[in-house]
Design a binder for this molecule. Structure first.
Ligand code: FES
Ligand code: FES
Length: 151
């Protein structure tokens, strides 16, 4: 089955099974390995990208469900912009990543939150960002988000 997607502003025609998860299309078909596999059951958020601007977990999303959409992955987060987005720079400034495995999904979830709510409270951050980080970077994530919100 041929499925059309726009990923980071570039059109793709993909000949894949319709039930193939979007995560595997990104990683295996397109070689975009910035998006990570964690749990495979929509629980951890490591596989988060934006679909039409909204954060979506891709490990349990069949490609047929996102045909015709515009997808942004971590590779496209600063498309056409400076080297780092303000969000990425805040991550560097607050030294958020530890092992880093969860962080691309984290950045995609947080950037989606900030586009809807530029000044979220700690409670709003906790409610919106349910991604799991085995290294426990949550306090630094909150501090980085707060630095952007008050900038
Ligand atoms: S790998 Fe998709 S939510 Fe965990
Ligand atoms: S930084 Fe290690 S899992 Fe989050």
């Amino acid at each position: 089955m041929t499925i059309s997607l726009t990923i980071n502003g570039k059109s793709h025609e993909l000949d894949v099974e319709p039930d193939m998860p979007l995560l595997w299309v990104l990683r295996d078909e397109l070689g975009m390995t910035g998006t990570k596999f964690g749990c495979g059951v929509s629980a951890c958020g490591a596989c988060t990208v934006h679909v039409n601007g909204e954060a979506m977990r891709t490990c349990a999303t069949p490609i047929s469900a996102v045909a015709g959409t515009e997808i942004t992955t971590i590779e496209g987060l600063n498309e056409g912009g400076p080297d780092l987005t303000a969000l990425q720079q805040a991550w560097v400034d607050h030294q958020v990543p530890q092992c880093g495995y969860c962080q691309s999904g984290m950045l995609m979830a947080v950037s989606s939150l900030l586009s809807e709510n530029p000044n979220p409270s700690d409670d709003e951050i906790d409610a919106a960002i349910t991604n799991i980080c085995r290294c426990g970077t949550y306090p630094r994530i909150r501090a980085a988000i707060r630095s952007l919100a008050t900038a």
